[in-house]
Design a protein around this ligand. Structure first.
Ligand code: SF4
Length: 429
């Protein structure tokens, strides 16, 4: 959307006070996200009275999920565009061919991002690279397939071509994303696979021959579709981060079945053992849901033991978020909020101990870091290959007086001098 707005000769401003039109791109995956989106819309709506804003546009998952119902409740919004109408953002802000109301075409009928679509990066050194849009899985707690449509993979030549442009523009980290990344290409004719795609990306000639050139990171794998070829590819290329993000949500067979996920604890044990055996130094990240309908104390203890045994490097935990339009809503045995919160706290405290112990092992080691931003005088923040943007901790780099400051957006070697629960600290060498 940013790319399209810029191409139409609009200037992007940071302060809503200065804006002629304001776009709120919303999330409504869980209740908290929907609430946050609504608060932001109402907060920004006041610039129509106090600023120069003439049009307020709401885009994305909130109008896609709540449709005309939300439009009726927010008269201050001039136009709502769903996830399948992002390419009509300019019409929505200009009020030209589409003056107002809701634009909600079926998301499954729209093409995913295309290479030639105009693009504006929000950071110069790191870019998300979308390889597919939508999801064809049927998790009972998840609204995404309805909001984003069924999975449509981008042709690999299109992804590669966009990657080349991004690398030529100086991007140092390509983060491959989709709702279900590891099933990339299975819907294409002829079929393609994530391992083939990542192999081609890792083999692209890179500009910076002094360092690793650029890193490739893959997020949002699925335990059912991650295959041996992908694990092998990650092990074979030094410029692919040995980072496996595989949201499992739970391990109790009864809960997984209710969630609509077709694996069990044994298959997960085998998968994580295999990754650790075949990819030296592999970093594992997963995401869990606690308080899912029907989750008993026994189910939760099974999950807790699994987390203790597997020792994930990074763990994200969500409280189950209920809504009447989810299939899981109709399941019996909804867990009281305070019980779900206790379970969340117990898991978080278990992971805190694991992460603290885990990070101590890096003290004294030399690690590559992608330098991202200055924090204060002589202190910079960056990330190692095992720290993903936005969700994991950071590595803080001290650069003493008289030392050259590490360049933002470049790779630097650091010697780790200290470790906190989720962050590392080191000196540039
Ligand atoms: S795989 Fe992920 S995006 Fe797809 S339905 Fe399940 S939770 Fe939702």
């Amino acid at each position: 959307m940013l790319g399209r707005i810029k191409r139409a000769n609009w200037t992007i401003v940071e302060d809503p006070e200065d804006a002629d039109a304001i776009v709120v791109n919303t999330c409504s995956f869980i209740e908290d996200a929907a609430d946050e989106s609504i608060e932001m819309i109402l907060e920004l709506a006041r610039y129509k009275q106090t600023g120069k804003c003439k049009r307020l546009v709401v885009a994305g998952c909130l109008p896609e999920r709540y449709r005309e119902q939300i439009a009726g409740q927010m008269p201050e919004v001039d136009a709502f565009i769903g996830t399948g109408a992002f390419d009509r953002i300019v019409e929505a802000i200009e009020g030209s061919t589409f003056s107002g109301g809701c634009l909600l075409p079926d998301p499954s009928t729209t093409s995913p991002q295309e290479k030639n679509a105009p693009r504006t990066l929000s950071a110069s050194h790191m870019a998300y690279l979308k390889v597919a849009e939508g999801c064809s899985q049927k998790c009972t707690y998840c609204i995404i397939p309805r909001l984003r449509g069924k999975k449509r993979s981008r042709p690999s030549h299109d992804v590669i071509s966009e990657a080349q442009d991004l690398l030529a523009a100086g991007v140092k980290e390509l983060v491959l994303v989709a709702q279900d990344t590891t099933s990339y290409g299975k819907d294409l004719k002829p079929k393609a696979s994530l391992s083939q795609l990542v192999e081609k990306l890792a083999s692209l000639p890179l500009k910076d021959t002094a360092g690793p050139g650029a890193w490739i990171r893959v997020l949002y794998g699925h335990p059912e579709s991650i295959d041996d070829a992908f694990i092998k590819t990650v092990a074979s290329y030094p410029n692919i981060c040995s980072y496996f993000d595989i949201p499992i949500q739970h391990v109790s067979s009864a809960i997984l079945k209710k969630m609509g996920r077709n694996y069990n604890r044994r298959t997960l044990d085998r998968l994580f053992d295999k990754i650790r055996a075949e990819v030296p130094g592999a970093s594992l990240r997963t995401t869990l849901i606690v308080g899912f309908p029907g989750e008993s104390e026994k189910d939760f203890n099974t999950l807790l033991r699994f987390v203790e045994n597997t020792q994930f490097d990074h763990l994200g935990i969500f409280l189950y978020s209920d809504s009447e339009d989810l299939r899981s809503h109709r399941l019996p045995g909804h867990v009281p909020a305070e019980v779900a919160q206790e379970r969340y706290d117990q898991l978080m405290s278990c992971q805190l101990d694991i992460s603290t112990r885990n990070y101590q092992q890096y003290v004294g080691q030399t690690l590559p870091v992608l330098v991202e931003e200055p924090v204060e005088k002589h202190l910079y923040a960056g990330r190692t290959p095992f720290q993903a943007p936005e969700v994991d901790g950071m590595t803080y780099i001290k650069s003493g007086p008289g030392q050259p400051a590490p360049a933002i957006g470049s790779f630097s070697q650091i010697k780790v001098s200290d470790a906190m629960e989720y962050d590392l600290i080191g000196d540039a060498i």
